[in-house]
Design a protein around this ligand. Structure first.
Ligand SMILES: Nc1ncnc2c1ncn2[C@@H]1O[C@H](COP(=O)(O)OP(=O)(O)OP(=O)(O)O)[C@@H](O)[C@H]1O
Ligand SMILES: [Mg+2]
Length: 304
C-alpha cells in the first residue's frame, strides 16, 4: 500500500486526536470554571444589592429617628424658654441677683439646646429630601442689613469688628434667602467664636459661570476672619457632622459641630458649593458660591 503524500501516518493521527480531546477537555474545564466564577459574581452582586438596600433603610431610619426626636424636644424646650422669660419679667414677683443669674443661665442653655435641636431637625429633613426650597427675588443689601441686625446684640468683644462690605454692582438674586441666610449666619457666628482680635468681613462678588452661559452667573459670599485658622488636614473634615477641632478656644465654647455640615448641604440644595481657605494663626475665609438665579425655578424678572 502506498501512502499519499498528504496523508498522515496512523500514529500522528492518534496523537492529534488525543491532543484535540485533551484541549477540548481543558476548554470544558475552563468553561465550567468561568461559569462558576460568573455565578459567584452574580451572587456577590445580589449581596451588594441587599447591603445597599439595608444601608438605605438604615439611613432613612436614622433620619426619621433624628426628625422625631428633635421634633419631640421642641415643645419642652420652648416651655422652659417661656418660663424663664416669665420669671425674668418678674411676673411672679421680684428676684434676687443670684436668682436672676441662675435663670439667665437656664435661658442661655435652653437657647443653645433649641439651636442644636433645630440644626438636627434640618439635617434630618435634608437627608430625607424633605426640605423645600422656596426661591424668590431679594435685594442683597436687605440680606446684609438683616444679618447685621441679628449679630448686633452678640458683638460683645470690642477687639473684633464685624464688617459688611457694600455689594458692588449686584442688586438682586433669585434663590432661597432663608437658607442662604442660615449658611452665612453659621459662617459669621463661627468666625466670631474663633477670632479674639481683628475683624470678620462679609462680602459678595459675582463671576461668570464655568459654563460661560449668560444668565448662569454665580455669586460668591465670603466670610473672612483674622482668627485662629484651621490646619489644611482638617479642611474637608470640618464640613462633616459633629466634627470639631480641639483648641483652647473650643474648650471654652459650646456647639455641636453641625453648623458647617448643614451649611454644606444647604448650599448643595441651592445648586451651589462651599469653600474654605485658611491658615493657622492667620485666619480663615469660608465661602459659598451659588447661581445668581436658582436653576429650574421660573424666575420672572422683577420690576426694576
Ligand atoms: N472661622 C473658623 N475659624 C477656626 N475654626 C473654625 C471656624 N469655623 C469652624 N471652625 C472649626 O470647625 C468646627 C465645626 O464648625 P461647625 O460650625 O460645624 O460646628 P460648631 O460651630 O462647633 O457647632 P455648631 O455650629 O453646631 O453650633 C468648629 O468646631 C471649629 O473647630
Ligand atoms: Mg458653628
Amino acid at each position: 500500500m502506498t501512502l499519499r503524500k498528504d496523508t498522515m501516518p496512523i500514529d500522528d493521527t492518534v496523537a492529534l486526536r488525543d491532543a484535540l480531546t485533551s484541549s477540548q477537555a481543558q476548554v470544558e474545564a475552563l468553561q465550567a470554571e468561568l461559569d462558576e466564577t460568573n455565578r459567584g459574581v452574580l451572587a456577590l452582586y445580589a449581596e451588594l444589592d441587599t447591603q445597599a438596600q439595608q444601608l438605605r433603610q438604615a439611613t432613612e431610619l436614622k433620619s426619621r429617628f433624628l426628625a422625631y426626636m428633635s421634633h419631640e424636644f421642641r415643645t419642652p424646650i420652648s416651655s422652659i424658654r417661656s418660663l424663664t422669660r416669665l420669671l425674668l419679667d418678674r411676673v411672679d414677683g421680684p428676684l434676687t441677683d443670684e436668682q436672676e443669674k441662675q435663670i439667665n443661665f437656664i435661658r442661655t442653655t435652653s437657647e443653645e439646646f433649641a439651636d442644636m435641636v433645630n440644626d438636627l431637625l434640618d439635617l434630618a429633613k435634608v437627608e430625607a429630601g424633605r426640605i423645600d426650597v422656596s426661591p424668590g427675588w431679594f435685594e442683597l443689601v436687605d440680606l446684609f442689613a438683616a444679618l447685621r441686625g441679628m449679630f448686633k446684640p452678640v458683638l460683645v468683644n470690642p477687639d473684633v469688628q464685624l464688617i459688611f462690605e457694600e455689594p458692588q454692582g449686584i442688586a438682586q438674586l433669585f434663590t432661597d434667602d432663608a437658607k442662604l441666610s442660615q449658611i452665612l449666619r453659621n459662617y459669621i457666628s463661627n468666625a466670631l467664636k474663633f477670632t479674639a482680635q481683628g475683624e470678620v468681613r462679609v462680602s459678595a462678588v459675582t463671576a461668570p459661570a464655568a459654563s460661560g452661559v449668560p444668565g448662569e452667573d454665580e455669586i460668591t459670599f465670603s466670610v473672612a476672619d483674622t482668627g485662629i485658622g484651621i490646619a489644611p488636614e482638617f479642611h474637608d473634615a470640618i464640613f462633616q457632622d459633629f466634627i470639631q477641632i480641639g483648641s483652647p478656644i473650643q474648650k471654652r465654647l459650646r456647639g455641636t459641630g453641625l453648623g458647617l455640615s448643614l451649611s454644606k448641604r444647604l448650599a448643595e440644595l441651592l445648586g451651589g458649593r462651599v469653600g474654605l481657605r485658611s491658615e493657622p494663626g492667620v485666619g480663615s475665609v469660608f465661602s459659598v458660591t451659588l447661581p445668581l438665579r436658582l436653576p429650574g425655578a421660573a424666575a420672572e424678572v422683577p420690576d426694576a
